[in-house]
Design a binder for this molecule. Sequence first.
Ligand SMILES: [Zn+2]
Length: 254
Amino acid sequence: MKFLLKQAIFALSFMAVSTTAFASDPHWLYDEQAEWGEITDKTVTVKPPYPYAECSLGQKQSPVDLGTAKAVSSMNLLQPKYLEEPLVISNNGHTVKVNAKAGNLMIGSEKYDLLQYHIHAPSEHVINGKTYPLEIHFVHGTPDGKLAVLGVFAEEGKVNIEFQKILAHSPNDVKDVSVAGVTINPNKLLPIVKSKFFLYAGSLTTPPCSEGVNWYVLKTPIQLSKTQIADFEKFYADNARHDQPLNGRQVLNK
Ligand SMILES: [Zn+2]
């Protein structure tokens, strides 16, 4: 009953603000994440009735605690080749997301196109239980459907000018905005120094929690000012999935 009511309220409020594609997916909330796998889709009669079942049945879910990582001496190099491009930003009801059309991440010799990047507060990945105030996910894909996400932690420190553009232009309502005359350079949301990283096999951290996602989480955080962190939290203060069991997976680090 609780879900029915919340879904009905969401559907009504949603129709008022947006006609975008999100409306077809059953609604979910971070404060009900233990039940994501049991959310039912009332709008279709086809099986399975639980479109987000992988969130509870999956054995390779994300995020995880990276604290158990085992060091390895050789691993594919990560080389972000991101490009400055016009700012297209959306608030999708779960996060603030910047859409990307250009730029890619080289993982060894394989090229992954940058699709979008978005923000969680606090961080989703933890290290021996420790969270960072914020984590940015750069989502990449290959033409044949492989996914890789680069995670970048943010700690409190200096102002990041590029991040300020995201704060300044994020819509308050659920919608996409092309910001006239403003460009953003995702390279400036990465650590200045070449960072070591964690690697493991995981999933999307939001419903439908699909597995087959390779995660690369940088060890070196970027800095954002205390005000910037607080300003992001005015949009989303707790849009982080809790860490999931490793179920025998190894986290590697380099
Ligand atoms: Zn994410």
